[in-house]
Design a protein around this ligand. Structure first.
Ligand SMILES: [Zn+2]
Length: 284
Protein backbone atom coordinates (compact mmCIF):
# COMPACT_ATOMS: atom_id res chain seq x y z
CA UNK A 1 0.00 0.00 0.00
CA UNK A 2 2.63 2.47 -1.02
CA UNK A 3 -0.05 4.67 -2.52
CA UNK A 4 -1.96 4.96 0.68
CA UNK A 5 1.13 5.73 2.70
CA UNK A 6 2.27 8.37 0.23
CA UNK A 7 -1.12 9.93 0.34
CA UNK A 8 -0.80 10.24 4.09
CA UNK A 9 2.58 11.90 3.85
CA UNK A 10 1.27 14.44 1.36
CA UNK A 11 -1.65 15.48 3.50
CA UNK A 12 -1.13 18.86 5.11
CA UNK A 13 -1.68 18.34 8.77
CA UNK A 14 -3.22 20.71 11.22
CA UNK A 15 -2.07 21.22 14.80
CA UNK A 16 -1.28 18.02 16.65
CA UNK A 17 -3.15 16.85 19.68
CA UNK A 18 -1.28 14.76 22.19
CA UNK A 19 -3.37 12.35 24.16
CA UNK A 20 -2.99 11.77 27.81
CA UNK A 21 -0.88 8.57 27.89
CA UNK A 22 -3.67 6.84 29.68
CA UNK A 23 -6.55 7.66 27.38
CA UNK A 24 -6.07 5.69 24.23
CA UNK A 25 -7.13 2.20 23.43
CA UNK A 26 -7.38 0.21 20.26
CA UNK A 27 -10.77 0.36 18.66
CA UNK A 28 -10.13 -2.15 15.92
CA UNK A 29 -7.69 -2.90 13.21
CA UNK A 30 -7.54 -3.25 9.50
CA UNK A 31 -4.97 -5.53 7.97
CA UNK A 32 -3.72 -5.65 4.41
CA UNK A 33 -3.34 -9.21 3.28
CA UNK A 34 -1.29 -10.63 0.46
CA UNK A 35 -2.71 -12.54 -2.45
CA UNK A 36 -1.17 -15.93 -1.85
CA UNK A 37 -1.60 -16.36 1.85
CA UNK A 38 -4.34 -14.79 3.90
CA UNK A 39 -4.34 -12.81 6.23
CA UNK A 40 -12.71 -9.25 4.85
CA UNK A 41 -26.57 -9.06 6.57
CA UNK A 42 -28.21 -11.35 8.13
CA UNK A 43 -31.16 -9.44 9.59
CA UNK A 44 -30.22 -9.18 13.23
CA UNK A 45 -32.06 -5.88 13.51
CA UNK A 46 -33.35 -5.69 17.04
CA UNK A 47 -37.11 -5.64 17.44
CA UNK A 48 -38.85 -3.01 19.54
CA UNK A 49 -39.71 -3.82 23.14
CA UNK A 50 -41.35 -2.07 26.04
CA UNK A 51 -38.91 -0.83 28.66
CA UNK A 52 -41.12 -2.25 31.44
CA UNK A 53 -40.94 -5.72 29.88
CA UNK A 54 -37.18 -5.71 29.67
CA UNK A 55 -35.29 -7.66 32.33
CA UNK A 56 -32.75 -5.07 33.47
CA UNK A 57 -30.86 -6.09 36.62
CA UNK A 58 -29.39 -2.72 37.56
CA UNK A 59 -27.23 -2.49 40.64
CA UNK A 60 -25.51 0.05 42.82
CA UNK A 61 -22.74 -2.35 43.70
CA UNK A 62 -19.40 -1.69 42.04
CA UNK A 63 -17.69 -4.69 40.58
CA UNK A 64 -14.23 -5.02 42.12
CA UNK A 65 -11.42 -3.70 39.94
CA UNK A 66 -12.05 -2.69 36.35
CA UNK A 67 -12.52 0.78 35.02
CA UNK A 68 -15.35 3.25 35.24
CA UNK A 69 -16.99 2.43 31.94
CA UNK A 70 -17.04 -1.25 32.83
CA UNK A 71 -18.52 -0.57 36.22
CA UNK A 72 -21.19 1.58 34.60
CA UNK A 73 -22.04 -1.24 32.18
CA UNK A 74 -22.37 -3.64 35.13
CA UNK A 75 -24.43 -1.20 37.15
CA UNK A 76 -26.65 -0.43 34.18
CA UNK A 77 -27.44 -4.13 33.99
CA UNK A 78 -25.85 -4.74 30.58
CA UNK A 79 -23.03 -7.15 31.44
CA UNK A 80 -21.89 -9.44 34.25
CA UNK A 81 -18.36 -10.62 35.03
CA UNK A 82 -17.67 -14.35 34.72
CA UNK A 83 -14.07 -14.17 35.92
CA UNK A 84 -11.00 -12.47 34.52
CA UNK A 85 -11.54 -11.57 30.85
CA UNK A 86 -14.95 -13.24 30.62
CA UNK A 87 -18.25 -11.42 30.34
CA UNK A 88 -21.88 -12.36 29.96
CA UNK A 89 -24.49 -10.12 28.35
CA UNK A 90 -27.92 -9.61 29.92
CA UNK A 91 -30.98 -9.26 27.65
CA UNK A 92 -30.42 -5.49 27.52
CA UNK A 93 -26.68 -5.91 26.87
CA UNK A 94 -27.37 -8.43 24.13
CA UNK A 95 -29.72 -5.95 22.42
CA UNK A 96 -26.96 -3.36 22.36
CA UNK A 97 -24.48 -5.97 21.14
CA UNK A 98 -26.83 -7.00 18.32
CA UNK A 99 -27.28 -3.41 17.25
CA UNK A 100 -23.53 -2.93 16.99
CA UNK A 101 -23.23 -6.21 15.08
CA UNK A 102 -25.97 -5.08 12.71
CA UNK A 103 -24.09 -1.86 11.92
CA UNK A 104 -20.91 -3.81 11.26
CA UNK A 105 -22.82 -6.13 8.90
CA UNK A 106 -24.40 -3.19 7.10
CA UNK A 107 -20.98 -1.59 6.59
CA UNK A 108 -19.37 -4.73 5.18
CA UNK A 109 -22.41 -5.76 3.12
CA UNK A 110 -22.49 -2.31 1.50
CA UNK A 111 -19.12 -3.01 -0.15
CA UNK A 112 -20.05 -6.52 -1.25
CA UNK A 113 -18.90 -8.43 1.82
CA UNK A 114 -20.47 -11.86 2.37
CA UNK A 115 -20.89 -13.25 5.86
CA UNK A 116 -19.72 -16.74 6.80
CA UNK A 117 -19.38 -18.71 10.03
CA UNK A 118 -16.42 -20.89 10.94
CA UNK A 119 -15.90 -23.26 13.87
CA UNK A 120 -14.08 -21.81 16.87
CA UNK A 121 -12.79 -25.29 17.75
CA UNK A 122 -10.04 -26.34 15.35
CA UNK A 123 -7.55 -29.13 14.76
CA UNK A 124 -3.84 -28.50 15.21
CA UNK A 125 -2.92 -29.80 11.72
CA UNK A 126 -4.23 -26.74 9.89
CA UNK A 127 -2.23 -24.44 12.12
CA UNK A 128 0.90 -26.50 11.58
CA UNK A 129 0.34 -26.26 7.83
CA UNK A 130 0.37 -22.48 8.04
CA UNK A 131 3.28 -22.48 10.47
CA UNK A 132 1.39 -20.51 13.06
CA UNK A 133 0.81 -23.19 15.71
CA UNK A 134 3.91 -22.04 17.55
CA UNK A 135 3.34 -18.35 16.83
CA UNK A 136 0.32 -18.15 19.04
CA UNK A 137 1.76 -20.42 21.72
CA UNK A 138 1.01 -19.07 25.14
CA UNK A 139 -1.88 -17.00 23.88
CA UNK A 140 -3.74 -19.89 22.27
CA UNK A 141 -6.06 -22.10 24.30
CA UNK A 142 -5.22 -25.68 23.42
CA UNK A 143 -6.90 -28.89 24.41
CA UNK A 144 -6.99 -32.57 23.64
CA UNK A 145 -10.15 -34.39 22.68
CA UNK A 146 -11.06 -37.86 23.91
CA UNK A 147 -9.26 -39.45 20.97
CA UNK A 148 -6.03 -37.73 21.91
CA UNK A 149 -6.19 -35.22 19.04
CA UNK A 150 -4.74 -31.83 19.84
CA UNK A 151 -7.08 -28.93 19.12
CA UNK A 152 -7.34 -25.25 19.83
CA UNK A 153 -9.92 -22.56 20.35
CA UNK A 154 -9.20 -20.28 17.41
CA UNK A 155 -7.53 -16.98 18.33
CA UNK A 156 -7.84 -15.93 14.66
CA UNK A 157 -9.34 -17.38 11.48
CA UNK A 158 -6.90 -16.99 8.58
CA UNK A 159 -6.34 -20.76 8.43
CA UNK A 160 -10.06 -21.46 8.63
CA UNK A 161 -10.94 -18.95 5.96
CA UNK A 162 -8.37 -20.39 3.55
CA UNK A 163 -9.72 -23.87 4.19
CA UNK A 164 -13.28 -22.68 3.53
CA UNK A 165 -12.23 -21.33 0.13
CA UNK A 166 -9.59 -23.92 -0.78
CA UNK A 167 -10.53 -25.49 -4.11
CA UNK A 168 -13.84 -23.61 -4.20
CA UNK A 169 -12.75 -20.59 -6.22
CA UNK A 170 -13.15 -21.87 -9.77
CA UNK A 171 -12.37 -18.90 -11.96
CA UNK A 172 -11.36 -15.28 -12.04
CA UNK A 173 -15.05 -14.46 -12.11
CA UNK A 174 -15.25 -15.50 -8.45
CA UNK A 175 -12.69 -12.83 -7.57
CA UNK A 176 -12.31 -10.51 -5.80
CA UNK A 177 -14.08 -12.17 -2.91
CA UNK A 178 -14.65 -10.47 0.43
CA UNK A 179 -15.90 -12.66 3.25
CA UNK A 180 -16.31 -11.88 6.92
CA UNK A 181 -17.65 -13.28 10.14
CA UNK A 182 -18.71 -11.91 13.48
CA UNK A 183 -17.94 -14.71 15.91
CA UNK A 184 -16.07 -15.53 19.09
CA UNK A 185 -12.30 -15.52 19.30
CA UNK A 186 -10.33 -16.98 22.18
CA UNK A 187 -7.04 -15.63 23.48
CA UNK A 188 -5.35 -16.38 26.77
CA UNK A 189 -4.58 -12.71 27.13
CA UNK A 190 -3.99 -10.96 30.40
CA UNK A 191 -7.37 -9.38 30.92
CA UNK A 192 -6.79 -5.69 30.57
CA UNK A 193 -10.02 -4.06 31.45
CA UNK A 194 -13.67 -4.16 30.66
CA UNK A 195 -14.67 -5.46 27.28
CA UNK A 196 -11.51 -4.36 25.47
CA UNK A 197 -9.16 -7.26 26.08
CA UNK A 198 -10.91 -10.48 26.99
CA UNK A 199 -10.21 -14.20 26.89
CA UNK A 200 -13.34 -14.75 24.80
CA UNK A 201 -14.60 -11.89 22.69
CA UNK A 202 -16.62 -11.15 19.58
CA UNK A 203 -14.55 -10.13 16.60
CA UNK A 204 -15.58 -8.93 13.17
CA UNK A 205 -12.87 -10.29 10.92
CA UNK A 206 -12.84 -9.88 7.16
CA UNK A 207 -10.68 -11.63 4.57
CA UNK A 208 -10.37 -11.02 0.87
CA UNK A 209 -9.13 -13.08 -2.07
CA UNK A 210 -7.72 -11.56 -5.25
CA UNK A 211 -6.21 -12.32 -8.62
CA UNK A 212 -3.76 -9.44 -8.42
CA UNK A 213 -2.41 -6.73 -6.19
CA UNK A 214 -4.35 -3.88 -7.82
CA UNK A 215 -7.57 -5.62 -6.92
CA UNK A 216 -6.30 -6.11 -3.38
CA UNK A 217 -5.53 -2.38 -3.07
CA UNK A 218 -9.03 -1.50 -4.28
CA UNK A 219 -10.68 -3.78 -1.75
CA UNK A 220 -8.37 -2.54 1.01
CA UNK A 221 -9.57 0.99 0.34
CA UNK A 222 -13.20 -0.13 0.17
CA UNK A 223 -12.90 -1.85 3.54
CA UNK A 224 -11.06 1.12 4.98
CA UNK A 225 -13.89 3.39 3.83
CA UNK A 226 -16.51 1.06 5.29
CA UNK A 227 -14.69 1.04 8.62
CA UNK A 228 -14.54 4.84 8.60
CA UNK A 229 -18.28 5.08 7.93
CA UNK A 230 -19.09 2.50 10.60
CA UNK A 231 -16.92 4.19 13.23
CA UNK A 232 -18.49 7.54 12.37
CA UNK A 233 -21.95 6.00 12.41
CA UNK A 234 -21.27 4.63 15.91
CA UNK A 235 -20.32 8.13 17.02
CA UNK A 236 -16.73 7.22 17.84
CA UNK A 237 -13.93 9.74 17.73
CA UNK A 238 -11.12 7.91 16.02
CA UNK A 239 -7.72 8.20 14.41
CA UNK A 240 -6.10 5.84 11.93
CA UNK A 241 -2.53 4.90 12.67
CA UNK A 242 0.02 2.74 10.95
CA UNK A 243 0.42 -0.49 12.89
CA UNK A 244 2.64 -3.53 13.11
CA UNK A 245 1.60 -6.63 11.22
CA UNK A 246 2.84 -8.82 14.07
CA UNK A 247 1.77 -12.45 13.88
CA UNK A 248 -0.86 -11.70 11.23
CA UNK A 249 1.79 -11.09 8.56
CA UNK A 250 1.07 -9.07 5.42
CA UNK A 251 2.56 -5.87 4.16
CA UNK A 252 0.47 -3.05 5.52
CA UNK A 253 -1.56 -2.65 8.65
CA UNK A 254 -3.52 0.24 10.01
CA UNK A 255 -5.35 0.53 13.28
CA UNK A 256 -8.41 2.56 14.10
CA UNK A 257 -7.78 4.04 17.52
CA UNK A 258 -10.37 5.67 19.74
CA UNK A 259 -9.51 7.70 22.82
CA UNK A 260 -10.83 6.22 26.06
CA UNK A 261 -10.46 7.22 29.65
CA UNK A 262 -8.11 4.40 30.61
CA UNK A 263 -6.09 3.24 27.63
CA UNK A 264 -2.78 1.55 27.06
CA UNK A 265 -1.01 3.51 24.30
CA UNK A 266 -0.18 7.14 23.66
CA UNK A 267 -1.50 8.80 20.53
CA UNK A 268 -0.44 11.83 18.52
CA UNK A 269 -3.23 12.88 16.20
CA UNK A 270 -3.90 15.60 13.65
CA UNK A 271 -6.79 17.87 14.63
CA UNK A 272 -7.63 19.15 11.13
CA UNK A 273 -11.25 18.53 10.17
CA UNK A 274 -11.83 15.12 8.57
CA UNK A 275 -8.13 14.26 8.94
CA UNK A 276 -7.74 10.99 10.79
CA UNK A 277 -3.96 10.79 10.70
CA UNK A 278 -2.22 9.74 13.86
CA UNK A 279 0.82 8.01 15.27
CA UNK A 280 0.75 5.75 18.29
CA UNK A 281 3.70 5.00 20.53
CA UNK A 282 3.41 1.38 19.48
CA UNK A 283 4.58 2.22 15.97
CA UNK A 284 6.82 5.19 15.23
ZN1 LIG B 1 -3.79 15.99 9.17
Amino acid sequence: MDALYTYFLRVKHGPWARSDPSIVQRAGSLQLIDTTYPQAASSLEVSAMRRSDLFLPTSRATHGGGINTTQLLVRAGLIRPFGSGLWGFTPAGQRVRQKVIHRLQTGLDSIGGQQVCLPGLQHRQRWEQSGRWKTFEGEMFTLENRDGQVMCLAPSHEEGMVHLMDGQIRSYDDLPLLVYQIESKFRDDHAYNGLIRCKEFTMKDAYSFHANETSLDTTYNDVRGAYERTHTDLGLEFTIVEADNSVMGGSTSEEFIAPVEHGSVELLSCTATECRFGISDEHR
